[in-house]
Design a protein around this ligand. Structure first.
Ligand SMILES: Cc1ncc(COP(=O)(O)O)c(C=O)c1O
Length: 395
């Protein structure tokens, strides 16, 4: 008998966003709103910093936790943005992307058979990584209360078992755009403290936040509420705030014992993020604020435009999103979001991500990423409106 891939690998479902994207990529002229990526290129000052870093010799191995200078820059960043003091040599670890931070932290926290509570709809990678670790992802959907998504604490309570080890949430959320209030953060922290669970916050969209006093203000981090002794991990990335998706640089902030273990494990996974990209990330932190606030203003205008367009479409409800760059409209009567997105794509060349891709609570909705040019968004909204009107007539 021929050997097989591991059962834990086979249990991980294929990304349904990718499945849709694969169809879209075989077509010409598609308005691509299915991926979580800005159409803006990485700013030139960051590209220049990378070539300068290469010329200056950042071509060798670095520490497993990343360049000390980048960790110091991040600590300074947390002091300015959140008034939080972090020890750059013990509480911050640079990773080769947000997803690698998520992966190494989950791997360090879960044993086979353990359970992780995951608030969904969410980017599928969290649950997939839990499954790859031979553990079980227990998805708890965010219910919609009027205009806003909330957290179902009763469902969380009911889902805790002796095997539960951690709770993962994402704020600002992909795909919901939901941002945890300070009160919700406090309740999540108390919930985990009382039950002896790790609290993992995916904050990669922290800088794409529309409810601050000014554009560029961050969404509040859980690190403002937690002490450094709390069992808390924050997953972060340079991808979204600085248009650096292809660079693969992220970081995590964690309690000392976990940060130390993750640093050691990194050796066996990627060793460290690429040296010259780390150096360029330092420049992004130092010089990126102006460009970032311009981007947030532009994204906010896109959000408002798409939201108003969707609101005017028959049978569509779209809750107010406070952050990230997604809208997650619910479509009345929609039972198969993948088939809906496939037909929308084939018939109108508008590419959206099916809600079913985002786990429990996602079916019945679709996700669109509004980090695209206005002209593309206008055309996509017009085609979607036409498609829905036709669908309603057929129904
Ligand atoms: C919620 C969330 N977390 C983490 C990431 C990972 O980003 P990256 O691996 O590019 O740093 C993404 C990317 O889409 C995301 O949506």
């Amino acid at each position: 008998m021929s050997p097989q891939v591991a059962a834990s690998a086979r249990r991980v479902p294929r990304s349904r966003i990718r499945e849709l994207a694969d169809i879209a990529m075989s077509m010409d002229g598609v308005l691509r709103l299915y991926f979580g990526e800005s159409n803006l290129p990485t700013p030139d000052y960051i590209k220049r910093a990378a070539t300068e870093a290469l010329a200056a010799g950042y071509t060798y191995y670095t520490e497993n936790a990343g360049l000390p200078s980048l960790r110091r820059a991040l600590a300074a960043h947390y002091r300015t943005l959140h008034q939080v003091e972090l020890d750059p040599s013990g509480e911050i670890v640079i990773t080769a992307s947000g997803v690698q931070a998520l992966s190494v932290a989950i791997r360090a926290l879960l044993d086979p058979g353990d359970e992780a509570l995951v608030l969904t709809p969410a980017w599928p990678n969290g649950s997939a990584i839990v499954t790859m670790s031979n553990a079980v992802a227990v998805e708890i959907p965010h219910p919609l209360a009027g205009e806003r998504y909330v957290i179902d604490f009763a469902a969380l309570e009911a889902a805790v078992t002796p095997r539960t080890r951690m709770l993962l949430y994402t704020s600002p959320s992909n795909p919901l755009g939901w941002v945890a209030t300070e009160e919700e953060q406090q309740r999540l922290l108390d919930f985990c403290r009382e039950r002896g669970l790790w609290l993992m916050a995916d904050e990669v969209y922290e800088r794409l936040y529309y409810e601050g006093a000014k554009a560029g203000d961050p969404a509040p981090s859980i690190l403002r509420k937690a002490t450094r002794e709390d069992a808390v991990v924050v997953v972060q990335s340079f991808s979204k705030a600085y248009c650096m998706t292809g660079w693969r640089v992220g970081w995590l902030v964690a309690r000392r014992d976990l940060a130390a273990k993750v640093t050691e494990l990194n050796e066996f996974i990627v060793s460290h993020a690429a040296s010259f990209t780390q150096k360029a990330a330092e420049t992004a932190l130092a010089a990126g604020e102006e460009e970032l606030s311009r981007m947030v203003e532009r994204l906010k205008a896109n959000r408002d435009f798409c939201r108003a367009s969707l609101d005017a479409m028959p049978g569509v409800t779209v809750p107010e999103p406070g952050g990230a760059f997604y809208l997650f409209p619910r479509i009345e009567g929609l039972a198969d979001s993948f088939e809906f997105c496939r037909r929308l794509l084939v018939e109108t060349k508008v590419g959206l991500a099916p809600g079913v891709a985002f786990g429990a609570g996602g079916e019945g909705s679709v996700r669109l990423c509004y980090a695209a040019e206005r002209g593309i968004l206008e055309e996509a909204m017009a085609r979607l409106a036409g498609f829905l009107t036709k669908e309603n007539r057929v129904r």
